[in-house]
Design a protein around this ligand. Structure first.
Ligand SMILES: Nc1ncnc2c1ncn2[C@@H]1O[C@H](COP(=O)(O)OP(=O)(O)OP(=O)(O)O)[C@@H](O)[C@H]1O
Length: 438
């Protein structure tokens, strides 16, 4: 079936090229060169996919993501960024983007991501995706916890940075539980606007609010006695938190506008990448709900803390990509392995998978060489490279801090300068000196 894709990029020739490429694959696309144009398109009609560049003349791809979620929360959004902005990509995923692609865009990679996004408009791993467990001590402990808690009815809260594999852990718990013969439903709470969250979770009946043109079954009802995975649960609005708490306590809920209750039989697994305990203490997340969801906590370690597992995952992703693209690649060169080991991997397993997949696409010989991986991975890491002298170390730390704050403030320089306790001019000078390209 022909799909409708919105491409947002101020580089018209690139936009036209992508659009032509998608047309050949039978898809129809609309082009916009800026955020406001994209918003006009999003208001007018629903798209099956939004593909947006990060830097746009009147804003960023994050603005496009936010607007797209507002108008049609199910439409997958793919962000195109430079590798130097990988933290932005990680942030975008947290905010509900489907996937990111790094520049220079590779046609095969683009097609792969587009096809996948159009097939399932959530970042759901397909049910046959293999779960790989790590060998390191931390990974083993986590595995043991999963095995212990899976067959019980205890509510599990999975905590970990974006891309560490929280959804994979949730699926694993489901597969090892007494609910395994029923469905696993993942709900990305981060992508739900407060208006629709309640009806997505609990359903509604026709006419219960403007726009409720049909009856809708919510996830809690449709999942039956399966597992419901509430990803980014910290993002639910206060009102929905109240409903969720009641649903968990009473094991009953109602569709919006209905008088009849249905029973909740599902196993509930939730995940968060913020410190939900903190949010519950400062009042942004209900403490009672936090305790209900957190009967048992599983922490998924970031990739930089599981160096023992890195090679195993890198090889797994390499073999998978090679099979997918019909290539035979024996391994990684020593230089590449060294770079992988020193790099911080802010995007965790998702970033490793994407880097490896692209490198496999680009590799001509038997081994993945340095030329096929993004040069940005080579930035010496402050923590691991002891040969750095003091001034380099200071610069690197300063650079990292400025970049982190820039991402937080969405590149608002005045706000960044304020947060860092310096004036705008000093910030600009530092950015220039440290080669921060925003
Ligand atoms: N145990 C695993 N085995 C194989 N691949 C994995 C595993 N864990 C994670 N991955 C890979 O990493 C990607 C990201 O994992 P996942 O979506 O579970 O992360 P997440 O922590 O839920 O991320 P987010 O917080 O951004 O939603 C997966 O799509 C998969 O490719």
């Amino acid at each position: 079936m022909q799909k409708k894709i919105l491409i947002v990029d101020d580089d018209t020739s690139f936009g036209m090229m992508v659009s032509g490429f998608l047309k050949k694959k039978g898809h129809d696309s609309v082009l916009s060169g800026n955020v406001s144009g994209a918003v006009d398109h999003l208001k007018k009609g629903t798209f099956d996919l939004v593909l947006t560049d990060y830097r746009l003349p009147d804003g960023t791809g994050m603005d496009v993501l936010e607007k797209s979620k507002q108008f049609s929360s199910n439409t997958p959004v793919v962000l195109i960024t430079a590798y130097s902005e990988i933290r932005v990509a990680v942030d975008a995923i947290k905010k509900g983007a489907y996937e990111y692609i790094t520049k220079p865009v590779n046609a095969d990679e683009l097609l792969h991501v587009v096809t996948k996004a159009l097939k399932n408009n959530r970042k759901n791993p397909s049910s046959n995706s293999e779960y790989i467990s790590g060998n390191g001590e931390e990974a083993r402990r986590m595995e043991e916890h999963i095995r212990l808690v899976a067959p019980t009815e205890v509510a599990v809260l999975i905590q970990g940075e974006s891309g560490t594999g929280k959804e994979y852990v949730a699926r694993r718990i489901h597969q090892l539980s007494n609910h395994a013969d029923a469905p696993f439903v993942a709900v990305d709470c981060g992508a739900l606007t407060p208006e629709i969250a309640s009806s997505e979770l609990f359903g509604h009946i026709k006419g219960s609010f403007t726009g409720a043109v049909d009856n809708k079954t919510g996830h809690f009802e449709s999942v039956g006695r399966g597992t419901i995975f509430l990803d980014e649960v910290g993002n639910l609005s206060y009102e929905v938190q109240v409903k969720l708490l009641r649903a968990i306590q009473e094991r009953k809920a109602r569709r919006l506008g209905s008088n009849t209750e249905f029973t909740i039989e599902a196993r509930i697994v939730a995940a968060t990448n913020d410190d939900l305990r903190n949010s519950s203490m400062n009042g942004s997340f209900r403490e009672d709900l936090y305790h209900r969801l957190n009967e048992f906590q599983i922490s998924v370690p970031p990739l930089r803390a599981r160096r023992d597992d890195l090679l195993k995952y890198a090889n797994y992703f390499r073999e998978k990509a090679a099979a997918e693209f019909g290539k035979e690649i024996e391994g990684f060169s020593e230089a590449v392995l060294g770079i992988f080991e020193r790099y911080e991997w802010p995007g965790n397993l998702r970033e490793l998978r994407n880097v490896v997949r692209r490198s496999v696409l680009l590799t001509q010989g038997d081994f993945v060489e340095k030329a096929s991986i993004p040069p940005e991975l080579e930035i010496p890491s402050v923590k691991t490279d002891q040969e750095l002298n003091l001034s380099d170390a200071r610069n690197a730390t300063e650079k990292q801090m400025i970049e982190e704050v820039l991402v937080k403030t969405r590149h608002n320089k005045s706000e960044t300068a304020r947060l860092l306790g310096m004036d705008r001019k000093t910030l600009y000078n530092k950015m220039q000196k440290l080669n921060i390209d925003y």
